[in-house]
Design a protein around this ligand. Structure first.
Ligand SMILES: NC(=O)c1ccc[n+]([C@@H]2O[C@H](COP(=O)([O-])OP(=O)(O)OC[C@H]3O[C@@H](n4cnc5c(N)ncnc54)[C@H](O)[C@@H]3O)[C@@H](O)[C@H]2O)c1
Length: 247
C-alpha cells in the first residue's frame, strides 16, 4: 500500500483529499494543528525535516506528499505587519518547500518514484486585492512546483500544483467583509453552473495527479476554478439573453 501524507487534512479541502486518497487505496497520514494523525504547526519551519523523518520512521516509505495546509488573511497592503507577512509565507510557501525537500530525499533514498502535489490557488496566478501576502505565497509556490519538478524529474518524482478557485471551506470565515454580498458577487462571477466548488472537486484533481494516468505530467498546474481565470469579467450579464439556434 502506498503511503500518502496530506497536510492541513483536519477539515476543508485537505479532509476531502485524505478521504479521496483513502478511497483510492492509499494509506493516508494526516498532518494538522489538531484533529490529525500527526500534530504539528507547519509555521515552525525548522521542525519540518524531523516531522518528515518521524513519519518515515513510523510508517515506512512515503509515496505521495500533498502540501495542502494553508492560511489566508484579508488585510490592506499597508496593514500587513512583518509578523503577518512572515506567518502567511511560512505556512503557505516555506512549509511546502521544506516538507517537499525532506520528503523527496527520502523518496530518492527509498527508490520511490513519488508524487508531490502543492495546493496553490488561482491567487498564485492572478492577484486579488487585500491578499498581498497570500497572493505572493501562492505565486512562489507555483515556481517552487516548477523548480522541484525540474530537479526531481531525473529521479522519476513528479511535482505538480492544483490551483483552486472559490471553494466553500472555513478558510476565509474570519474575513472582515459582508459575506452574503461577497458570495453573491462570486456566484455571478463564476462561469460554470453551480457557482462555488466543493472540496471534493479539488480532491479529484489531486487523485488524478498522483495516479498512473498522470505519469508524464510534471511541473504543471491544474486550475480547478469553474472557469474564473478563463473569463476576464462577466460580460455575459450585460448581453442579450442566450438564444439556442438549434432547437
Ligand atoms: N477554499 C478556497 O476557496 C481555496 C481557494 C484556493 C486555494 N485554497 C487553498 O487550499 C488549501 C486548503 O484550504 P481550505 O480552504 O481547505 O482551508 P481550511 O482553513 O478549511 O483548511 C486549512 C487547514 O490547514 C491547517 N493549517 C493552517 N495553518 C496550519 C499550520 N500552521 N500548521 C498546520 N496546519 C495548518 C488548518 O488547521 C486547516 O485544517 C490552502 O492551501 C488554501 O490556500 C483554498
Amino acid at each position: 500500500m502506498t503511503l500518502a501524507v496530506v497536510t492541513g487534512a483536519a477539515r476543508g479541502i485537505g479532509h476531502a483529499i485524505a478521504a479521496g486518497l483513502t478511497e483510492d487505496g492509499y494509506d493516508v497520514v494526516t498532518v494538522d494543528l489538531a484533529g490529525a494523525d500527526v500534530l504539528a504547526d507547519l509555521a515552525d519551519t525548522r521542525a519540518l525535516a524531523e516531522l518528515v523523518d518521524g513519519v518515515r520512521r513510523e510508517h515506512g516509505p512515503i509515496g505521495v506528499l500533498v502540501n495542502n495546509a494553508g492560511t489566508a488573511r484579508l488585510e490592506h497592503f499597508n496593514e500587513i505587519t512583518v509578523e503577518s507577512w512572515r506567518h502567511v509565507m511560512a505556512v503557505n510557501c516555506d512549509a511546502p518547500f521544506f516538507l517537499s525537500q525532506r520528503t523527496a530525499e527520502h523518496m530518492i533514498a527509498d527508490g520511490v518514484e513519488g508524487r508531490i502535489v502543492n495546493i496553490s490557488s488561482k491567487n498564485g496566478l492572478v492577484a486579488e486585492a487585500g491578499l498581498a501576502h497570500y497572493n505572493a505565497s501562492k505565486g512562489a509556490l507555483e515556481l517552487i512546483t516548477k523548480s522541484l519538478a525540474a530537479e526531481l524529474g531525473p529521479f522519476g518524482i513528479t511535482v505538480n500544483a492544483v490551483a483552486p478557485g472559490m471553494v466553500a471551506t472555513p478558510i476565509d470565515g474570519d474575513f472582515p467583509l459582508d459575506r452574503a454580498a461577497f458570495e453573491a458577487a462570486w456566484e455571478e462571477r463564476i462561469p460554470l453552473r453551480g457557482g462555488y466548488g466543493a472540496p471534493s472537486d479539488v480532491a479529484g484533481a489531486v487523485r488524478y495527479l498522483v495516479s498512473g494516468a498522470a505519469r508524464y505530467v510534471t511541473g504543471s498546474t491544474l486550475v480547478v476554478d469553474g472557469g474564473v481565470l478563463a473569463d476576464q469579467m462577466p460580460r455575459r450579464r450585460f448581453m442579450p439573453p442566450y438564444r439556442n439556434s438549434v432547437s
